[in-house]
Ligand binder design. Structure first.
Ligand code: CO
Length: 208
């Protein structure tokens, strides 16, 4: 990769945008009102807007290793608060992906320094669902399933926040768990039964 190419590509991109709509950047500068917050993995193969088929201004994006939502992470908590309370998005999506290196690393016995702390959250997901995961003998299937269960648990982490609990009742906010399949390009809705989960967990996590 020649880093200088970025600037010539940028100029080409500006030209193509203006050719399609000569007011394109003027409109962008007027402000944003995205309908969705997308929380995804930093993986370079999983670019939010492109895989969702959305344009600039339509999705508020947060990405980190393995699309995590730890309650102690000021970064993701600030993003959720801003998107829900101020941008008033209607949907919060946690999108994982198969072949996630972060999830794979959490399944292995290795010391990754600072990353240990981050990946421990995925190990906790494994422990929460250990019975189901240990019963899967095929390692690849187990890996896929942990990717899905991690998305589910991160969605639950989203629901644990006061700002989201308030918005679910007052703004009709909904939370979704999706997985992107790098091998086919397909986006899969995990169809997580949030109503059932909410009922089950709210006894413990209800804060508003
Ligand atoms: Co990943």
């Amino acid at each position: 990769m020649d880093i200088k190419d970025v600037f010539s590509h940028n100029k080409q991109w500006i030209a193509s945008k203006l050719q399609a709509d000569n007011q394109y950047f003027k409109k962008l500068a007027q402000g944003q009102s995205p309908g969705m917050l997308y929380i995804g993995c930093s993986d370079s193969r999983v670019s939010a807007q492109e895989l969702l088929g959305l344009r600039q201004g339509e999705v508020f994006v947060h990405r980190n290793i393995a699309n995590m939502v730890p309650g102690t992470d000021l970064n993701v908590m600030s993003v959720i608060t801003y998107a829900v309370r101020h941008l008033k998005v209607s949907h919060v999506v946690v999108c994982g992906h198969y072949l996630c290196g972060g999830v794979k690393a959490a399944m292995m016995q290795q010391d990754l320094g600072t990353l240990n702390h981050w990946l421990r959250n995925i190990r906790d997901v494994y422990r929460t669902h250990q019975q189901e995961l240990d019963a899967i003998t095929d390692e690849h299937q187990k890996y896929n399933r942990l990717v899905e269960l991690n998305v589910q648990e991160q969605c639950i982490n989203v629901i644990k926040t006061a700002v989201v609990q308030k918005a679910i009742t007052e703004q009709n906010l909904s939370v979704h768990g999706w997985v992107f399949d790098i091998r086919t390009g397909l986006l899969k809705d995990l169809n997580i039964d949030f109503e059932a989960i909410l009922k089950q967990i709210m006894k413990i996590y209800k804060v508003v």
